[in-house]
Design a protein around this ligand. Structure first.
Ligand SMILES: Cc1cc2nc3c(=O)[nH]c(=O)nc-3n(C[C@H](O)[C@H](O)[C@H](O)COP(=O)(O)O)c2cc1C
Ligand SMILES: [Mn+2]
Length: 488
């Protein structure tokens, strides 16, 4: 294969990522033919541990999916341990680096005008049984504020509707805000959509920075080097020189078409479905041997990883200064993306509640339930979380419900005020905070009631007493075991 190895290649792109995954034993290559419309989604759905590289797709395409397959693989992309991932991303988020313009790049090797490309020939997959059709899930949409010229980059689902047309779902955040400005001028909004790049670009696109911040600067911070951009051919926009593929086009004002359903991040189909805008494509550029990127959503799928990592890191940044600098260890968004766990050591009685209020009102609309736990709870192990929720919580004192809050528009459990594609696409809901921390170290006697049991001799190894075969099974299941990491 043509992929360059990561060492000695300073460019971080989808090829260096494939090489890194391969080197780490994290990539499964599939050399049997796979049909994106009827088979690929089922294979991606099953691959929760490893990335998949599809080598034989229709029309000679190859593609990468489930990469990162989980938060553990996202940590590999950032070159750090899973436990250190969120604090590191939070730190790099604050060190934005301006992109630089270059004259040319691999993404310009092939240039195709309207009529010369056909989106229906790409290996775009259908993710779930009830999806409305194949959806590009890996397209990062570049647009500009027409008044200031400031750039924005974000993820948007793009349901294929013809050779040069797709739907687009615009949740009311920055791309929608830019689009509304164009609509008010009765002008189409130019967009450039790049597909296939290093996961740090995807993590940057799913970071909700303040309006007006260019997510390519966020990507520069994550990569610790400036992103290289090239000019588009038919729109006044810039795209990464080392992407696999770029689509150029525009979103017509006011026009809406049926779009959805789609296998979404909460593991449901219906939210967002309805009359949504479309994208009309006028140009495609790509690498000569371009590799496609398939990205599947659904709880704890790749799409969810790109929600969890930047959201957790953004909340981490926000929380660390609560009360003049709290004792914050980690933050992790829960499956389905509407809950967040804060791992902390409280300095004061009641401090966890102050912290959780901040966790519920960050840059992100999603968090509805926020839970605080101490450092001895493994926040990556959900049975540990359930244990903390039941053994460290006095409901009448530790659970607070805040009624009448704005919640995420795609939270199906809350009443919807208006439909997707309209200005009233909103849900009025509520939020809940749960303080599952134990008394602060300042009250050592009260804290001692929650000292966790430990065996007599934690150094004793089961390996020295049991056969290798029986142990292999135990070790393969151990991530599911309660308390396993703490006792190891
Ligand atoms: C995998 C994935 C898919 C997403 N799909 C959509 C989508 O279809 N429509 C949308 O408006 N936002 C979608 N988002 C959310 C935004 O891309 C994300 O929140 C981003 O930070 C918004 O950028 P902005 O803050 O610049 O508006 C998706 C996010 C991820 C991680
Ligand atoms: Mn933005």
């Amino acid at each position: 294969m043509a992929e360059s190895r990561s060492e000695g290649n300073p460019v971080k792109d989808m090829r260096s990522w494939i090489a890194d995954l391969d080197a780490a034993g994290e990539l499964i290559r599939i050399d049997k033919p796979v049909d994106p419309l009827t088979q690929m989604g089922s294979l991606l759905y099953q691959s929760r541990e490893k990335a998949l590289f599809f080598e034989r797709l229709p029309h000679g395409w190859r593609s990468l999916g489930q990469a990162p397959a989980n938060v553990r693989q996202a940590a590999i992309a950032f070159g750090v341990s899973e436990e250190r991932l969120i604090p590191l991303v939070a730190e790099r988020m604050g060190r934005r680096i301006e992109p630089v313009m270059v004259a040319d790049g691999p993404v310009k090797e092939v240039k195709l005008k309207r009529g010369e490309f056909d989106l229906t020939q790409l290996p775009v997959h259908v993710a779930g049984q009830r999806d409305g059709g194949p959806v590009i899930g890996s397209g990062l949409v570049v647009s500009k504020d027409p008044d200031t010229g400031r750039r924005n980059v974000s993820f948007h689902r793009l349901q294929i509707k013809g050779p040069d047309k797709s739907g687009i779902l615009l949740y009311p955040r920055h791309t929608w805000r830019n689009y509304v400005k164009y609509q008010e001028k009765n002008q189409p909004m130019p967009v450039a959509i790049f597909i296939g790049h290093h996961p740090l670009y995807y993590a940057a696109a799913s970071t909700t920075a303040p309006y007006g911040v260019d997510e390519f600067e966020v990507a520069g911070g994550y990569l610790e080097s400036a992103v290289k951009l090239v000019k588009c051919e038919t729109v006044d926009l810039e795209v990464p020189a080392d992407a696999e593929m770029v689509l150029e086009g525009h979103i017509p004002p006011h026009y809406r078409e049926d779009e959805g359903p789609f296998s979404e991040f909460q593991d449901y189909y219906v939210t967002g479905t309805g009359k949504n805008p479309i994208v009309e494509y006028r140009f495609m550029s790509r690498r000569r041997d371009a590799i496609f990127k398939n990205l599947q959503n659904g709880s704890e799928m790749e799409g969810c990883v790109f929600h969890k990592v930047p959201m957790s890191a953004t909340i981490f940044r926000r929380l660390k200064d609560v009360g003049g600098g709290m004792n914050l260890h980690n933050v992790m968004v829960m499956p389905g993306v509407f809950g967040v766990v804060v791992q902390m050591t409280p300095r004061f009685y009641g401090e966890a509640k102050n912290v959780l209020m901040a966790a519920l009102s960050s840059e992100y609309h999603h968090p509805k339930v926020a839970i605080a736990v101490d450092a001895d709870v493994d926040i990556f192990n959900h049975s540990e979380l359930l244990w903390a929720l039941t053994t460290r919580v006095n409901p009448q004192q530790d659970v607070v419900v805040i009624p009448g809050t704005h919640n995420h528009g795609m939270d199906a459990s809350l009443p919807e005020l208006g439909a997707a594609g309209t200005p009233l696409w909103q849900r009025l809901g509520s939020k809940m905070l749960i303080d599952a921390t134990i008394p602060p170290p300042a009250d050592a006697a009260a804290r001692a009631n929650f000292e966790r049991i430990r065996p007599h001799n934690p150094q004793l190894r089961l390996e020295d007493f049991a056969s290798a075969d029986s142990l292999a099974l135990v070790r393969s299941l151990s991530p599911l075991f309660f308390g396993s990491k703490l006792l190891r």
